[in-house]
Design a protein around this ligand. Structure first.
Ligand code: SAM
Length: 323
């Protein structure tokens, strides 16, 4: 709140000024009342709290931007938010979100989610400008038919990564020679293979006569010089939680690489992380948790909706704690 001196107080406010002041007060009250009314209507219609809260958040975010939003939320709206946070029901939210027809672009705070084939979506400079991404952390599909996805990944990475930017990707071991070739063809440079060991049940690759205890991650980079800090190439992690989908990865791996290879967000800049095969949004959650910006792409509307639901939940919980 600005401090007003006695001299400043004596200055007369013009009629026009006072009118604008009244309009400003009224419009803030209108926004607050409309949000509360929207919430009440949503409840009457039986909509899940998370969905209503996401809609309020989206509208306000578009109106005044994230930072301003936190500063000027009026009390009535804060009360509505608190109420929403108190009686959340995550299960119903997930099913409601998934049954909705997703829009192809979802923007909330520092996260942008795009629905579509990553080659097409990422090829638009509007969506992802050249040389704009600090880190791609991703997990394409593993079956034989999906190996060409690594070629798409290489092309996207070579265009959008900043010089010195990094690509870390999970990959199927059986196709390592081919994948290294595809990624190298795109112009990226190979750096290393890191390994994650899971403490949990064993899996098997019977064709290869292997008992699987973890997963490797391939590390490529763009340009002549590596960016970011030193990485420890071996980590122990939890077995993935598959509550959202059998493809869901453990968040810890993404968190580790994001924290080492990107910088935290500031008001004007900060690490930008891309996952062109985002699935349920694991990389996005790790990026937001570490206060980085995130762009996620998925071709499958159901996965897109799951990612949208978990990222919305995370962002709104962050706001609820702040107000
Ligand atoms: C293995 S899953 C990623 C799982 C993710 N790491 C997680 O933790 O949930 C791979 C994802 O890539 C998506 N995908 C496959 N082909 C794609 C394409 N051409 N463009 C964008 N996404 C694609 C699939 O729909 C799937 O959700």
């Amino acid at each position: 709140m600005a401090v007003i001196t006695a001299v400043e107080q004596q200055k007369a406010r013009s009629e026009a000024y006072l009118q604008l002041f009244e309009q400003l007060k009224a419009s803030i009250i209108n926004v607050a009342e409309l949000a509360v009314r929207l919430y009440e209507q949503g409840k009457r219609d039986g909509l899940p709290n998370k969905l209503i809260r996401a809609d309020i958040e989206l509208a306000l975010h578009e109106l005044i931007g994230e930072r301003r939003l936190r500063q000027i939320l009026p009390p009535a709206l804060k009360r509505a938010y608190r109420q929403l946070a108190d009686d959340d029901n995550i299960a119903s939210v997930n099913s409601a979100m998934i049954s909705e027809l997703p829009e192809s672009v979802f923007h909330l705070g520092s996260a942008k989610l795009l629905l579509g084939d990553c080659s097409e979506v990422a090829s638009s400079d509007n969506n992802i400008p050249d040389d704009s991404i600090d880190l791609i952390f991703t997990d394409p599909l593993y079956d034989m038919g999906s190996i060409p996805l690594y070629s798409k990944l290489g092309e996207i990475a070579f265009r959008v990564l900043k010089p010195g930017g990094n690509l870390i990707t999970y990959f199927p071991q059986y196709a390592l020679p081919e994948i290294i070739q595809l990624l190298t063809n795109s112009g990226l440079k190979y750096n290393w293979i890191c390994f994650v060991k899971y403490n949990g049940n064993n899996a098997f690759s019977h064709n290869n006569h292997v008992i699987i205890k973890g997963k490797p991650l391939l590390w490529f980079y763009k340009g002549d010089k590596l960016g970011g800090q030193y990485i420890i190439d071996f980590m122990e992690s939890k077995a993935p939680n598959k509550s959202l989908h059998e493809w869901q990865q453990t968040q810890e791996e993404a968190e580790y690489f994001i924290s080492k290879l990107t910088n935290p967000r500031t008001s004007t800049a900060g690490g930008l992380v891309l996952d062109p095969f985002m699935g349920t949004g694991t990389t996005g959650l790790a990026a937001l948790k570490a206060n980085r910006r995130f762009i996620g792409i998925d071709i499958n509307p159901e996965m897109f909706a799951k990612a949208r639901a978990s990222i919305t939940e995370f962002q709104l919980n962050k706001y609820s704690k702040k107000i």
